[in-house]
Ligand binder design. Structure first.
Ligand code: ADP
Length: 508
């Protein structure tokens, strides 16, 4: 099959979180299964150009119809660790992707509506006709809408769309200016509860809802989160839309790319190790302590790696830090916050703990350092309020770093409690799980983990190695996605609207 992934990130060239890892890792797996995979991404000024090989012009005159006019774009092409990526660069006064950051502008909906339109125009004008477009998150939610309402009339009637939701919290909202700019127009048609109208803000269109309504298959990134999204407030207002489209909605667990995330071959860790040479892991612990000027002593090391925001349970992250120190452990935090209040809170803690040789708070996004922290730590805490899948616990497992997680979303599908899990044999358990959102719940799980480390080191090592032996590679999930593509390609009828939505000659 010929598959094109379209999204706003691809690790390691553009990475703000798990989305980038997933788009890269899935693409690599699909290629290794014999499919042809290409990626379409925005060309941000701040992306890591050092991870692109062979960048060259692919299409220098892409004119994208926009707001009744046209915007000139160029498309560059290069390989990101073997994956063929097309980067779209608009040349317009709006400077859509030259802002020094990926997300967080007040015109984000307009920026990514433009990216979606430009991606379709690129396919149309360059005569690329993949079997399947795989679109990711709200940034690309309007692609299936425009494909079925407009582009199928321009010669793209045979393309099918798989739409993956990585986070329901961010849905992308806009007004009729978006409809006008994209050429969709007809607000009276799209402001309809069965199409794009937001389920709660009736004056807004919702990109993610559009993705759900118009795609041939929709999924989120773990089976448990798919259930939560349909039946609990975690669906962030889209529950009724998911209910209506339940026959094409499911959950496919994320994997990780074991070629990139493997303690045996990780380019960023000084001492490679495996389950067989588990003892060497502690050399990395020593290396991290040296790097961060932590005390070198016989203490367990607890880590947190992730975005510092409400989703990740920052209050419990904060509590885990002090609880670990109180219990005689060390703590390393690697996190970045987008909200100034959260950043300032952790900055204050960092300054307060400056002279404490048992903890280090690194308030930045640092890919290289994250690898060393995974390799060095004994435990990794993931106390999320909600977690569509979560990659940090999966990476932790592969590095023999025992996860302590809250039992929500994908965390529940990947971590099985050492003491209490009744659905898994003791030999298949791999971490510690708690359920409530209070400090006592976290202490109960982290306390059990630290006790096992201190009182039964041999059993702790057994648990860590059981985690390393879990298979969360992309193999199984990649095969599941390929099955979905195959299904929608052959069996799923096109969503033919009643009439052409706008004059096809207005585009192209
Ligand atoms: P998210 O909700 O942010 O997507 P995931 O757990 O799915 O969370 O994925 C997070 C990814 O981002 C992991 O690869 C993790 O190692 C990485 N990551 C998160 N924060 C940082 C950071 N501050 N520095 C380096 N890597 C980070």
């Amino acid at each position: 099959m010929y598959i094109i992934q379209i999204g706003s990130e691809c690790a390691p060239v553009i990475k703000a979180g798990g989305l980038g890892d997933v788009i890269y890792g899935l693409s690599r797996e699909l290629e290794s299964q014999g499919h042809t995979v290409e990626l379409i991404l925005p060309k941000y000024d701040c992306m890591r150009f050092d991870h692109v090989w062979g960048m060259h012009d692919a299409y220098i005159n892409l004119w994208v119809p926009w707001n009744g006019d046209r915007i000139h774009c160029s498309v560059d092409c290069g390989w990101v660790h073997g994956r063929l990526c097309f980067f779209i660069e608009p040349h317009s006064p709006e400077n859509f992707f030259n802002r020094g950051y990926y997300y967080g502008a007040s015109d984000d909906p307009m920026r990514f509506a433009f990216f979606s339109k430009a991606a379709l125009e690129f396919l149309l004008q360059s005569n690329k006709r993949p079997d399947v477009l795989h679109c990711h998150d709200w940034q690309t939610g309007l692609i299936p809408v425009m494909l079925y309402e407009m582009y199928q009339y321009y010669g793209m009637a045979n393309q099918r769309v798989c739409y993956t939701i990585h986070n329901f919290k961010h849905q992308g909202m806009g007004g009729s200016d978006i409809l006008r700019a994209t050429g969709l127009n007809r607000p009276e048609y799209y402001y309809d509860p069965s199409r794009l109208q937001d389920n709660h803000h009736f004056g807004a269109i919702n990109f993610m809802k559009g993705g759900i309504v118009y795609s041939n298959y929709v999924n989120t990134v773990s089976p448990h989160h798919a259930w939560e999204a349909r039946f609990t407030e975690v669906g962030c207002g889209l529950q009724s839309t998911l209910e209506l489209h339940q026959t094409k909605f499911g959950g496919i667990l994320n994997g990780i790319d074991y070629a990139f995330w493997s303690p045996e071959s990780d380019r960023y860790i000084p001492f490679p190790y495996s389950a067989e040479t588990f003892g060497d892991k502690k050399l990395n612990k020593k290396a991290l302590r040296e790097k961060l000027a932590l005390e070198d002593s016989d203490k367990p090391l607890v880590a947190f790696i992730g975005r510092l925001d409400g989703q990740k349970g920052v209050h419990l992250v904060h509590h885990a830090l002090y609880y670990a120190l109180e219990q005689g452990a060390q703590f390393v935090l690697l996190g970045s916050a987008t909200e100034p209040a959260i950043h300032n809170w952790f900055l204050h803690e960092k300054n307060f703990l400056q002279s404490n040789l048992n903890c280090h708070l690194e308030l930045s996004f640092n890919e290289e350092l994250s690898h060393l922290v995974y390799a060095a730590a004994d435990l990794i805490v993931v106390p999320s309020n909600y977690e569509p899948c979560g990659l940090t616990q999966i990476i932790g497992l592969h590095y023999g770093t025992v996860p302590v997680v809250r039992g929500v979303g994908g965390l529940l599908n990947t971590v099985f409690d050492w003491d209490y899990d009744e659905t898994h044999e003791p030999k298949d358990r791999n971490g510690f799980v708690f359920f409530e959102t209070d400090q006592i719940a976290l202490e109960s799980a982290l306390g059990r983990a630290l006790d096992l480390w201190k009182l039964s080191p041999q059993l702790f090592e057994t648990l860590a190695i059981q985690g390393m032996n879990c298979d969360y590679s992309w193999k199984k999930s990649g095969t599941q996605y390929a099955g979905v593509y195959e299904f929608i390609r052959h069996k799923f009828p096109a969503l033919v609207p009643e009439e052409p939505a706008s004059d096809p000659s207005a585009s192209a």
